[in-house]
Write a protein that binds this ligand. Sequence first.
Ligand SMILES: *Cc1c(COP(=O)(O)O)cnc(C)c1O
Length: 246
Amino acid sequence: MSTPDSPSPLSTDDIAAITGNLDEVADRARAAAESSGRSGDDVRVLLATKTQPAEKIRVALEHGFTLIGENKVQEITGKAEALADLNPETHLIGPLQKNKVNHTLRHAQCIQSVDNLPLAEKINNRLDVLDETIDFFIQVNTSREDSKFGIAPEDAEELITATRELGRMRLRGLMTIGLPGSTPEEIRPSYSDLRELSERLRDSGAMPAEAAELSMGMSGDFELAISEGATMVRVGSSIFGAREYS
Ligand SMILES: *Cc1c(COP(=O)(O)O)cnc(C)c1O
């Protein structure tokens, strides 16, 4: 494992590929924001770093990116020490089981995958013990498919209302994964539905006005997501290359 003092095992070509991809994704995200009448600064790129070694993530953080997202608590824990000197803002973007809450709170600054009240209550109770706070997103299943993750859009209001009682958790907005592996025409409704839900819940006062973030869009469709209002896109393979699962 690389430490701040040891040389990176990545080749200069590997490093140049990552930084070139980072610049390209940042340029495309900015252009997409501007062509939908927003400022490039209104959209943040979160690096989806699952399965990627800390050395590669380090390249991106040293290149000026600050926001990373992991899917598994074990991966957050495993890489946190190696990246601690770069102080990334770390989000959990994958499903969270109640028995992993304590580990998550040790290293994550935001949980994007809150989709049920018992989980939110467990997080809040633990934060009470720690005397800390955390940011979170409500994950909504806008794919119109049977998916295990994310609350159904019609149930989001009730969950959001209930989480407003949890004093140690600050809602930043809504997150969705959308419909996987499909054409832009098929995937757009997943993103427009999330934007419309967010607008409706903020207009009615069910959701705090400041919880305006929309985390949506991945390598294959982040420009589409930005055109539908994404404030945060989660990009992995376009930056780091294809993932290798062992
Ligand atoms: C892996 C992942 C991404 C990024 O996917 P890419 O297609 O590699 O950009 C975004 N969001 C979540 C929740 C993921 O698991």
